[in-house]
Design a protein around this ligand. Structure first.
Ligand SMILES: [Fe+2]
Length: 246
C-alpha cells in the first residue's frame, strides 16, 4: 500500500517529519558552532594544551635586581605593568597592611595569654613578623615602588574576631585556646596570601621575589605547626583542669 503524503511534510536526508528535520538542522549547527569555538580557543589560548595557563615558557624570567634602572631600558616595565603584575603588586600591598596590623594584634594576644609557651611563641612570631615587613619592603623596592599598604579587609576581620574571642573567654587555658584559634586563622590567611604571591612571582619571572616570599611562607607554616602543637597541649590542660573540678 502506498504511503500517503501528508501536506507540509518533507523528506530531508531520511527525516520525514518536520520535528526530525528541525532537530537534524539544529544538531548540525550546534556541532559546527562547537568546532568553531574549539578552534578559536586553541588559537587564542594555546597554553591550555600544555597545561601551563598563564605561564609563557618562551618568556625569559626578569632579573628584578635593581629593576628600576633595568626596567626602563629593556622593556621589563611593560612586563611588570601587565595585569598579573598589577595583581601581584596589589597582593603585596594587601599583605603589607595585614602584617603591620597583625604585628600589633600579636602583642595584644601575648599580653592576654597565660601559657608561657604560648606567650613565647607569639613573641617570637612578632619578631619574625617585623622581618617579614622588611622583606615586603624589599619586594616593593624590587618593583621600583614605595612601600605602601592597602587596607586588608580579610585580616581586619580576623583580628576583630580574635579580639571578640579573647573578650568572651575566661582568662587561662580557655582564653589561650581562643588566642591560638585566632592566631591560626590569621596564619592561614597569610599562608594562602604568600602562596598565591609566590606563584604569581614565579609566573611573571620575579625570581628574587619568589625566594623572599618562600622564606616568609616557611615561617608562617612553622608558626602554624607550633600553634597546632600548643593547641594539643592546651586541650590537655583544659582536660586536666576539668577533671580537677569534678
Ligand atoms: Fe606574617
Amino acid at each position: 500500500m502506498k504511503a500517503r503524503k501528508v501536506k507540509g511534510q518533507h523528506s530531508f536526508l531520511g527525516c520525514r517529519k518536520p520535528v526530525e528535520h528541525r532537530r537534524f538542522i539544529h544538531g548540525l549547527l550546534s556541532s559546527f558552532h562547537t568546532s568553531v569555538r574549539s578552534i578559536v580557543i586553541f588559537v587564542q589560548y594555546p597554553h591550555f594544551l600544555s597545561g601551563t595557563l598563564f605561564i609563557d615558557s618562551s618568556r625569559k624570567p626578569i632579573d628584578m635586581k635593581n629593576s628600576k634602572t633595568k626596567a626602563s631600558g629593556n622593556g621589563a616595565e611593560e612586563e611588570i605593568s601587565s595585569k598579573l603584575g598589577k595583581l601581584f603588586e596589589d597582593g603585596v600591598r594587601d599583605i603589607y597592611w595585614a602584617e603591620k596590623a597583625l604585628l600589633k594584634a600579636l602583642g595584644k594576644m601575648a599580653k592576654n595569654a597565660t601559657s608561657e609557651d604560648l606567650i613565647a611563641a607569639l613573641e617570637l612570631h612578632q619578631t619574625e613578623t617585623e622581618d617579614q615587613v622588611l622583606r615586603l619592603e624589599k619586594i616593593f623596592s624590587l618593583l621600583g615602588k614605595s612601600p605602601r599598604g592597602k587596607k586588608c579587609d580579610g585580616m581586619e576581620g580576623l583580628i576583630k574576631e580574635g579580639e571578640s574571642m579573647m573578650d568572651e573567654s575566661d582568662e587561662g587555658p580557655m582564653r589561650d585556646a581562643a588566642i591560638i584559634a585566632a592566631a591560626q586563622k590569621a596564619e592561614h590567611y597569610e599562608i594562602s596570601s604568600y602562596g598565591t604571591l609566590r606563584t604569581f612571582a614565579q609566573t611573571i619571572g620575579l625570581n628574587e621575589a619568589v625566594s623572599i616570599l618562600e622564606e616568609t611562607l616557611d615561617e608562617e607554616k612553622e608558626t602554624d605547626t607550633k600553634l597546632s602543637e600548643l593547641a594539643v597541649s592546651n586541650v590537655n590542660l583544659l582536660a586536666a583542669s576539668q577533671s580537677g573540678e569534678e
